[in-house]
Design a protein around this ligand. Sequence first.
Ligand SMILES: *[C@@H]1O[C@H](CO)[C@@H](O)[C@H](O)[C@H]1NC(C)=O
Ligand SMILES: *[C@@H]1O[C@H](CO)[C@@H](O)[C@H](O)[C@H]1NC(C)=O
Ligand SMILES: *[C@@H]1O[C@H](CO)[C@@H](O)[C@H](O)[C@H]1NC(C)=O
Ligand SMILES: *[C@@H]1O[C@H](CO)[C@@H](O)[C@H](O)[C@H]1NC(C)=O
Ligand SMILES: *[C@@H]1O[C@H](CO)[C@@H](O)[C@H](O)[C@H]1NC(C)=O
Length: 458
Amino acid sequence: VAQAHSLGLLLALLLPVVSTSLPGTVVRLNEAVLSYVSEIGKAPLQQALQVTVPYFLDWNGEVYQPTRIQILDIHVPQFDLKFIADFGVRMLVAANFTFQVFRVPEPLELTLPVVLLADARVAQGSIRTPVVSISACFPLFSSAVVFEGSGSVAPGLLVPVQKHIEAVLRNKLCLSLSNLVQGLNVHLGTLIGLNPVGPESQIRYSMINAPNITKDYISLDIDAILLLLGKPIVLPVEATHFVLPAHVGADGTMVTVGLSQDLFDSALLLLQKAGALNLDITGLLKSENNLLNTSMLGQLIPEVARQFPEPMPVALKVRLGTTPVATLRTNNATIQLQPFVEVQAVASNSAFQSLFSFDVVVNLSLQLSMSKAKLQGTTSVLGDIQLTVASSNVGFIDTNQVRPLTDALFQKPLLDHLNALLGMGIALPNVVNLHYVNPKVFVCEGYVVISSGLLYQR
Ligand SMILES: *[C@@H]1O[C@H](CO)[C@@H](O)[C@H](O)[C@H]1NC(C)=O
Ligand SMILES: *[C@@H]1O[C@H](CO)[C@@H](O)[C@H](O)[C@H]1NC(C)=O
Ligand SMILES: *[C@@H]1O[C@H](CO)[C@@H](O)[C@H](O)[C@H]1NC(C)=O
Ligand SMILES: *[C@@H]1O[C@H](CO)[C@@H](O)[C@H](O)[C@H]1NC(C)=O
Ligand SMILES: *[C@@H]1O[C@H](CO)[C@@H](O)[C@H](O)[C@H]1NC(C)=O
């Protein structure tokens, strides 16, 4: 019994009741991304195909003469990519290789048209990033075309030279393509890098499962872990699996990113846990536009005037004990905050004396926008701020009487503070050197969609 008991205890310690990872993000790469990849991929592809060709042994009737062959130029007139459902991407590369064969007495120049067909599987790697691998690759060769200025070529030479070149390219081109794709994987691996969310807090994304691939897109289920001082925060509830509907956001964009309500709630939880939402508003004496002093308050609350015949500065301590709640409705995002505000007099020896406190409920409208790879927010107050006196050391307080004062004193600093914080933004899933361009943000029922182009830039 004792053993069973300690085993239970051990399990209870080992198994977290709730999780730290949040499956609340979907990144969908649409067809338009393929055209972009083929556009920016041509140059690196051309470079990768630049292989070395070993010497050709030319039989001159008596001896074999080693003849050097060099690629003068690779022209890629066609590079097509398309999605293959449940698999990955099929590519077709049409390339014209121009070779120089250094035979005596004069070099021979020839062009060999090659079509390279390859299938690239897109899967989930061991570090939970996307991994691309070449699973099938065939070069198809056409007849070499001899450059006109090359003079007459014995047909006895052209055929063996072409065979020699083809034998070399057959192996090397596919290997080059695999190497190119390996480089791409290094890039994709940076998906799991840490990105800041707020002060001392970060977010880390990774893939949850194998990508879903259709003939129109590749969709990645992404997990987020939110870290505070390097430690993952524990989420209060198990997040539900987020499914991004098929046709959302703008048509024809390269990438569609879906962020669930859970992700927003968790980011707010992180900011709250970090204490980043708390704020102190402190009045200074003898400053022109500062209403925060006991003589001012004393005009509204007689007991304050009685206790503080000499004017003293007043401080508002704004604390968020409860996590803000985000609500996402079609074209309408709001946040509800419930701060606890303590009003204190600051005595000459810097000791604080609590005057009274109140519970606040404030609804904020949230405008979302993207800057760099970050989703930023700006808030403004929706409707009235609700005040309820929680405690008082200065007798009865008429909330209607202090409302104008608190509205004026509290609202602007709170919004400034929140907007500075939300302006830091939450990074979307990203990889190094690939930037979101012309992103558009859509607020939908229970989630947010970002439709964006991509730009590769070192
Ligand atoms: C090079 O490629 C283009 C386009 O595929 C083709 O029309 C042309 O004939 C090729 N040139 C040679 C010399 O083979
Ligand atoms: C991928 O497919 C699975 C099973 O069909 C589904 O549960 C999941 O939501 C899909 N994910 C995405 C990102 O479409
Ligand atoms: C207290 O606040 C009022 C209103 O802003 C101001 O007129 C007055 O000068 C302040 N008193 C001191 C001592 O700062
Ligand atoms: C958003 O919803 C809130 C209530 O949830 C409402 O007060 C506000 O007017 C709405 N804003 C817009 C732009 O529809
Ligand atoms: C905030 O919004 C909620 C939901 O729309 C509403 O029930 C509540 O009355 C609002 N509170 C304030 C203080 O405006």
